[in-house]
Design a protein around this ligand. Structure first.
Ligand code: CU
Length: 125
């Protein structure tokens, strides 16, 4: 390729990326990156009529602590299920419940309420 072709290609890719980033951040489902504190990737998820954030990003091979901050009494969200990690745990109303696991492999794994009505996902990078 000559210089002009390179410039057009790079500019085109740049525009595609810019558009993708714009829509990614415009979406309400922006993935939240867990913060690593003393070797544990920690992230709080508010449970109130759904999960906020509903998409979390973690790195594989490092322990993860998700703190489910349940701010309601609605029976729908009283349990959290993460099938990939064999987790099914009760979330007491108006309390914070820590769920810990270490993701071994990369991928996108769903979590849900006990009735599979509320949904979220964990992106393991
Ligand atoms: Cu439910």
């Amino acid at each position: 390729m000559d210089t002009v072709q390179w410039i057009v290609t790079v500019a085109g890719i740049g525009m595609i990326v810019a558009i993708a980033v714009y829509f990614l951040f415009k979406s309400e489902d922006v993935a939240m990156q867990a913060r690593t504190i003393r070797g544990v990737q920690e992230l709080s998820i508010i449970v109130k009529g759904g999960y906020s954030p509903s998409v979390v990003t973690v790195q594989r091979g490092t322990p993860v602590r998700l703190i489910f901050d349940r701010r309601e009494t609605s029976s729908c969200s009283e349990e959290i299920v993460i099938p990939e990690y064999g987790i099914r745990r009760g979330l007491p109303p108006n309390e914070k419940t820590s769920i810990e696991f270490t993701p071994a492999s990369a991928g996108t794994f769903e979590f849900a309420c006990g009735m599979n009505m509320l949904h979220g996902s964990i992106i393991v990078e």
